[in-house]
Design a binder for this molecule. Structure first.
Ligand code: SF4
Ligand code: SF4
Ligand code: FES
Length: 238
C-alpha cells in the first residue's frame, strides 16, 4: 500500500475543473473518508454532502473513477486505479458546487410519478391488514428499501438523452405504491407513469439495477409498470 493517494476532485460548477490533492492512505478507508480529509485538512472551501455515514440516508453519492456510488460504503481499495481516485458530482443533475449535486429535479420527479402514499383511512379506523405473503406485498417489499441516493438516476442513459424522463428511482417508487393495496390514487399514478416521459421510455439496459447500492431492481419495477399500464390501456382504463 502506498503512503499517499492522488485524489482529483471536481471544483466549481458545470464549468469547473479538477484539483489534485495528496491524501494519506489508511486501512479500510472509504471514499467519503478521503473527501472529508480534504475538506478538514487541505481545503475548507470544498463542498460535499453526507449525513449518516452508514448507508441509510442516501446523501453521499458521487461519481468515483467514472462510476456513480455511495461514498460512505465504498472502500478506496475497491475502486482505486493506479493509486489514483477521481471524485466528481453525480451526473445527470445540476451542480450546486464542487461535489454537491442539486437533487431538486430528482425529487420533483418522484412527485410527478405520484410517489407519495395517499390513503383514505382516518385515525378512527382500524389498522389496515396486509397479508405479508400476498403478491402485492412481496412486490412492494422488493422496491421499498430505496434510500433516494440518485445513483441509478445518475447512471441512466435515457435520463442523459431526455431530461424529462422520470427515471429509475421515481418509477421504482411508483411501482412500490402501485402494489400498496391501501393507496387510493392508483389511476392518477398509472396516468402519470404511462406518459411519454414515463416507464415506456426505459430501454431496459439495466445500469440502474447494476449500480443500485441497495441491491434493488428499478428495471424489474419498470417492467411491472409497463405491464400494468399496457393492461390498463387495453382495458380502456387509461
Ligand atoms: S433500465 Fe431503464 S431506468 Fe434503468 S438505467 Fe436503463 S433506461 Fe434507465
Ligand atoms: S433505487 Fe437504488 S440507486 Fe436508485 S435511488 Fe434508490 S437506492 Fe439509490
Ligand atoms: S452518508 Fe448516508 S448513505 Fe452515505
Amino acid at each position: 500500500m502506498t503512503e499517499n493517494l492522488k485524489v482529483k476532485v471536481w471544483r466549481g460548477k458545470e464549468h469547473g475543473s479538477f484539483t489534485t490533492y495528496d491524501v494519506p492512505r489508511r486501512q479500510s478507508q472509504t471514499v467519503l473518508d478521503v473527501v472529508t480529509y480534504i475538506q478538514r485538512h487541505l481545503d475548507h472551501t470544498l463542498s460535499y454532502r453526507y449525513a449518516c455515514r452508514v448507508g441509510m440516508c442516501g446523501s453521499c453519492a458521487m461519481t468515483v473513477n467514472g462510476v456513480a456510488r455511495w461514498t460512505c460504503r465504498t472502500h478506496v481499495a475497491k475502486v482505486i486505479k493506479n493509486d489514483q481516485l477521481e471524485v466528481a458530482p453525480l451526473a445527470n443533475l445540476p451542480i450546486v458546487k464542487d461535489l454537491a449535486a442539486d437533487m431538486t429535479e430528482f425529487f420533483d420527479k418522484w412527485a410527478r410519478a405520484k410517489g407519495q402514499f395517499k390513503g383514505d383511512k382516518t385515525r378512527h379506523d382500524d389498522f389496515a391488514v396486509v397479508d405479508p405473503a400476498s403478491k402485492e406485498r412481496l412486490a412492494a417489499d422488493a422496491g421499498m428499501e430505496c434510500i433516494g441516493c440518485g445513483v441509478c438516476y445518475s447512471s441512466c442513459d435515457v435520463v442523459s438523452w431526455r431530461p424529462d424522463f422520470l427515471g429509475p428511482a421515481a418509477l421504482n417508487r411508483a411501482w412500490t405504491l402501485v402494489n400498496d393495496v391501501r393507496d387510493v390514487q392508483q389511476h392518477e399514478r398509472l396516468e402519470a407513469v404511462a406518459g411519454d416521459a414515463g416507464c415506456h421510455s426505459c430501454h431496459t439496459q439495466g445500469s440502474c439495477t447494476e449500480r443500485c447500492p441497495k441491491g434493488l431492481s428499478p428495471t424489474f419495477s419498470i417492467a411491472g409498470l409497463k405491464r400494468t399500464t399496457a393492461r390498463a390501456a387495453i382495458g380502456g382504463d387509461l
